[in-house]
Write a protein that binds this ligand. Structure first.
Ligand code: PEP
Ligand code: MN
Length: 341
């Protein structure tokens, strides 16, 4: 971090300011020019609040040289993070580190027949995880809110039957104890900056899938990731799921450039959700392939056995048949990228 000092400042005043910074455990390089004095802060500046410094009467400008996130930063962790999760069948599932991982299932768990049928078909097609929402963050309070605890039970039953580990969203930290049999806890886009939830999840021992907020920057996503990592939970997966755009043609706009950006800035695995990004089932296969070409470590895809009757997100859900044929082509894409699907 570099601090430009206001012209005309020096002497005791400047000495006091430097002492204040040194008390924060930093080494200060002082460079006094004819018109400008500059301080170079050496050490861990992640805890330094640049905005608070800007408010200091001696400070002209503050420039961050290093990113404000440390644990999520590839600079301090050059190797890709690899997350291993053991399924109920004893088999290991890998996320990151050269693997391609596909998670698939309905937006919401609706009935025992629906979740069982979808779970069987996505397993058959080669998905590594079953997704399904039990607690749903809906825009309208009058829309289907998910089956809650009963939905979780049905999901766990489908996990036992198929051997697929499960991914589902946690909206309220008080529900955490119900998530005992859940393999990956999803933090939805709407909760990406729910810092209380992130802090609690940082203390839990379960892998977390953190979805990018609709209107959040890449740096904000990495700062949200930092909350989870900082508390000691290093089994974290990032998810690009589309951001708001001016164009209503698609539900969101899939920011595929976020994939190489996140992979460059961070060591964490990055997966893509082409379903929420586009909102259109027919567009999902094309964007799923594009995500792999962009370097994604995996995909999370909504699949429904009867999209027209789905209680949530039917328009963006592919049928089991489309999903199976997509998986066949994804295997070829994975080969080209030198990844294992
Ligand atoms: C979902 O996965 O069904 C979901 C609600 O996702 P998002 O938080 O990305 O909207
Ligand atoms: Mn959905």
């Amino acid at each position: 971090m570099i601090i430009a000092i206001k012209p005309g400042t020096g002497g005791e005043e400047l000495g006091d300011f430097i002492a204040l910074l040194e008390k924060k455990g930093l080494r200060i390089n002082l460079s006094e020019g004819i018109t400008q004095t500059v301080l170079g802060l050496v050490g861990d500046t992640t805890g330094i609040d640049a905005e608070a410094l800007m408010a200091h009467r001696l400070v002209e400008k503050v420039l961050r040289v290093q990113e404000p996130y440390k644990r999520a930063n590839r600079m301090f962790h050059p190797e890709d993070t690899l997350i291993e999760i053991r399924g109920p069948d004893g088999g290991k599932r890998r996320i990151g580190g050269g693997c391609l991982t596909v998670m698939a299932g309905p937006c919401s768990v609706e009935t025992p027949e629906q979740i069982t049928a979808v779970a069987r078909s996505v397993k058959q097609a080669g998905a590594a995880f079953l997704r399904g929402g039990a607690f749903k963050p809906r825009t309208s309070p009058y829309s289907f809110q998910g089956l809650g605890c009963r939905g979780l039970d049905l999901l766990v039953r489908a996990k036992r039957e198929t051997g697929l580990p499960i991914v589902t969203e946690l909206m309220d930290i008080h529900h955490l104890e119900l998530f005992e049999d859940v393999d990956i806890i999803q933090v939805g886009a709407r909760n990406m900056q729910n810092f209380t939830l992130l802090r609690e999840l940082s203390r839990c021992r379960k892998p977390v899938l953190l979805k990018r907020g609709h209107a959040c920057t890449i740096t904000e996503l990495l700062m949200a990731a930092e909350y989870i990592l900082a508390g000691g939970n290093d089994r974290l997966i990032l998810c690009e799921r589309g951001i708001r755009s001016f164009d209503p043609y698609t539900r969101n706009i899939l920011d595929l450039s976020a994939v190489p950006a996140l992979k460059r800035q961070s060591h964490l695995p990055v997966i893509v959700d082409p379903s929420h990004a586009t909102g259109l089932a027919w567009m999902v296969p094309a964007m799923a392939k594009a995500a792999i070409a962009a370097g994604a470590d995996g995909l999370i895809i909504e699949v429904h056995n009867q999209p027209e009757a789905a209680l949530c997100d039917g328009e963006q859900s592919v049928t089991p048949e489309v999903f199976a044929s997509l998986m066949d082509s994804l295997r070829r894409y994975a080969d080209i990228e030198g990844k294992k699907l």
